[in-house]
Ligand binder design. Sequence first.
Ligand code: MN3
Length: 240
Amino acid sequence: MTETKTQPSFDRRSFLRTMAGGFVVLGSGLVGLSGCSSSHSTASLTLPPLPYKLDALEPYISKRTVDFHYDKHHRAYVDKTVELVKDTGLAGLSFKEIMKKTYGSKDKAAVFNNAAQAWNHEFFWNSLKPGGSKPEGEILKQIEASFGSLDNFKQEFLQVAVGRFGSGWAWLTADGKKLKVSSTSNADNPVVQGQRALLTIDVWEHAYYLDYQNRRADYVKTLIDQVLNWEFAAANLQKA
Ligand code: MN3
């Protein structure tokens, strides 16, 4: 177990995750790194694997941006949530359950912010697909019924994303079968507001600054045109 010399990057990440899990075990007062106890209560709160390679979204999002965004920002929200729920009644719940339970609670704002950001980021990675995709079938029908045309949807989605002042998220949501675009501030999301999310774009500066500097509109338009995961959106719509 101590021989971890030349790991490829994915294995190195798995190893680091294992290490992080070990610290959790230590932190909760159990016995050391070897005690990979199945009973420790934050087992479900781990950084989910990125659904593609770090460079898979190039040239639209650079490997460097994805590396920082996933391995630093997303990981920090996960780790902070684990730290904050340790030894509380929230330990053992998923990020989604934690964000729903703490939404609007003043004394749990930090827990909400971190758990919701962990959930938002996993949803964001799944909202993107290397090589892109096109809406087809039922979801295309609903896009056209709700926005008039796919081009109108793209324009409205771009506008809400660019119009969000400060940090936040742009969303495609479903209200029954009716589709809408909206944006939320900071860690907030449509799910805790009782809506169904289909797709999201992260418009925090950390999502685009290395590649696009202050040009948020260029970043959002590029994602909309090149890498949205319409199969993920369609699957989310089917659950509606
Ligand atoms: Mn982010």
